[in-house]
Write a protein of this length. Structure first.
Length: 298
């Protein structure tokens, strides 16, 4: 009853028509790469008997989440680049907000779970199969989905109860919490703090857990033979690359009060499209087991 707005107008990524045409072609290729690359990883892992360890079990879910996460924003962004007026309904905007935070938070939890998996595999190799068994893997993935759902539900409920009575222009290419709080016809300081505590603290805590996990791994590797040490470092370097590429932009966007910066759109492109596109490349080009399984599959 407090909201008069039925749709929002998105400014999009750029107002320049020439730049928009270039971006359209570029992001269309990016999105196709995300879909094909991650689906290839999922099919390879599911069809290969050699890739049956927990690491690849988590990787297949990460690829699925990457496809889902990019699909929340990329198709709408690509479509809007062709048109001058870019609109999204109020319901569509809230749905995009929920889905974006749901899949984004799931990815954060999965990356943390994958770091835990590598830590146990390297630090306690003799007990690895008993600690990280199929039952535990299933529970860790389920916990990631449930935790992300609760997080996303909180974010959505905080926004949906706000009154939107006039301005409906969002200076972004998708619906997110900070741009929507800026349009609300009420003081949103407290809600902004809760949002920062909800999103930012989750990102920061998971990032700290990841850093500690890899610090423990590095310390543990000092006592291992050089061949095993290099193999472990090679495997972990892929994961560390993904973590830095994803968590850096997330912490920049969400670990702050309800404010928007001009750089937000480009940073958002990085963690919603660029990182999901790079994940399959990083995990395949730097992983001999996955490359060999792909060769056998094809």
């Amino acid at each position: 009853n407090k909201t008069n707005v039925t749709e929002f107008i998105l400014y999009g990524l750029t107002q320049d028509k020439a730049v928009a045409k270039v971006c359209f072609s570029l992001f269309l290729v990016f999105y196709a790469t995300i879909i094909l690359g991650n689906l290839l990883i999922i099919i390879t892992i599911k069809s290969s008997e050699q890739l049956n360890s927990p690491m690849y079990f988590f990787l297949s879910y990460l690829s699925f989440v990457d496809v889902s996460y990019s699909t929340v924003t990329a198709p709408k962004l690509i479509y809007d680049l062709l048109f001058e007026k870019k609109t999204i309904s109020f319901v569509g905007c809230i749905a995009q907000l929920f889905a974006g935070h749901f899949f984004g938070c799931t990815e954060i939890f999965l990356l943390t779970v994958m770091a835990y998996d590598r830590c146990i595999a390297i630090c306690k190799p003799l007990h690895y199969t008993s600690i990280v068994n199929k039952h535990v893997c299933g529970w860790l993935v389920a916990a990631s989905w449930v935790g992300a759902f609760v997080h996303s539900l909180v974010q959505t409920l905080l926004v949906i109860q706000l009154p939107f009575c006039g301005p409906n222009e969002i200076d972004h290419f998708f619906c997110d919490v900070h741009p929507l709080l800026k349009l609300a016809c009420t003081d949103t300081y407290i809600i902004g703090v809760i949002v920062a505590a909800n999103s930012g603290v989750i990102s920061l805590i998971c990032f700290v857990i990841l850093v500690v996990s890899y610090a423990v791994i590095l310390v543990s590797l000092r006592t291992q033979p050089s061949e095993g040490r290099l193999k472990a470092l090679y495997t972990c370097s892929s994961h560390i690359t993904v973590v830095v590429l994803f968590f850096g932009p997330c912490i920049f966007i969400y670990m702050r009060p309800s404010t928007t910066f001009s750089a937000d759109k480009m940073v958002s492109v990085f963690y919603t499209i660029i990182t999901p596109m790079l994940n399959p490349l990083i995990y395949t080009l730097r992983n001999e087991a996955v490359k060999n399984s792909m060769k056998k599959l094809w």
